[in-house]
Design a protein. Sequence first.
Length: 381
Amino acid sequence: MIKKYLYTLAREHLSPSTRFALKDAVAWLSEQFKKACLWRWEIAILSHRSDTPYNILFVGRKSWRELAQILIGASSNNDTEQLKINLSGRTVFVSELPAPGTLCVPWFLRAIVPLGRPIENITANYDGELRRSIRKNRAQYRTQQALSDIDIDRADREMLRPYASARNGSATVHISLDEVRRLAQEAGRLDFVLCGNKVVACHLGCTITQGGRRYWCTVRFGYPEEVFSDPKSLREINSINTYLALEWALENGFDFYDMGTCIGSPDDGLLRWKRRRGGVLNRMGHHSYFHIKLPRIGTAQFLWVAPMFAVERHNLTLHLGLPEGPSNEEVAIRYREMSFDGLFKVYLHCARPPSENLLEKLRSLYANQKVPPILESIPST
């Protein structure tokens, strides 16, 4: 009751930008309090993937160990003897507390599409197959807003929850039905996506205003089981669902379309999927980080297996590795999906001197961006 009263008070007396700034400050403060609950922390030993000789010492909240494993390419390991061997230089330290010489690695990132231009200009950077698929299928689909409790409950029960569970498994965090109703009826909207007369998807979104700029934000996509259990159907309908949300944001005068939150890993498939649809990386609304001390020995190999984003003076950077073994062609193939927009700098940690040809190939990944990142090579081990 108190929460609802405060929400109503803020909505009636504060500007949208002020409401967002206040909500963001509360989220930051809440995260600091949660981090301070040291009795929820643990010390755990993790192993690096790909049979590489690294161990990771994790110090943080037990509930976030699995996320740390995803971000650094690790798995659980109870072999304390192995840890003793690798403490000489091949151990990676991961903590929620900042320390000198560590990378500040964001847990989550957003992918945001700048608007204010024709939709043809936005989709011009899509790959040819995606553009053809949208042109071919767009006319078959339409949207219909869901406002009644019956329709909202149906979307939650038959699409939002089943799809989230199928995608994230035991790590799923569901939005409460009350929150879905609030977003659908007060703070945003819920749309059914229909192919002919058949409901094949839904989209739950809301408006955020920051610094006077309006963002149309995807909160959740939902699909019935018959769609998400068929990879081909899901691929087509998921692309159309995103395209319809982009269309709606443009038609309603938004400045940006926020495609939603992803795990902050350069190898995350969903983040790459959004990059291919024009998403620019952004940390808006996220305040959680791991502080990672890279190994003294084999840094280039470690980052080759698990590239990392990091925050440097409020700017987002990308750390890549160039180890001894792979050829320039293999390196170019490994990193061709790393052309994320929104980066300030790309660091290449080199166990061997990079050729000018390789550096040019890496620079070319960002050549079409309005503000390409600085590429800096760092001698490493």
